[in-house]
Write a protein that binds this ligand. Sequence first.
Ligand code: HEC
Length: 105
Amino acid sequence: MKAQHARMGNFKAAMIALGEAVIRGNKVDAGKHASRLTEALAGYEKDVPHKNVSRIKEFQAFYGEMKKRAVKLAADAGTGNLRKAALSYGRVLEACVSCHAKFRN
Ligand code: HEC
């Protein structure tokens, strides 16, 4: 549970820094923070919902979807294509919000 909470803080820090890098047009930082986001996912398979606890499959499916989108974002940011990265960023953010809508207190 502690790891899960720390994970959310890491997600947030990476997303904010990444958004800023994209806005500034800093490709190096964008790549760095996109990698940081995917790294922050490590171990998510052990996380469990605190709310709607019986719906763990659905909860994990949100993580799975977020991971797919984060990998795409890291690839786009890694190649320095900030337009693509901006679109991928939005797709990741949508995954965050979708899970929060169902599972966040
Ligand atoms: C699989 C579901 C899921 C996904 C995906 C998810 N979150 Fe969360 N998030 C939660 C839950 C549940 C909480 C409330 C409990 C907690 O803090 O662990 C939460 C809480 C948070 C919090 C508040 C933490 C605090 O200090 O109170 C932040 C910030 C956050 N998430 C950011 C993000 C960001 C950014 C993303 C996407 C990059 C994301 N989350 C993706 C489930 C998810």
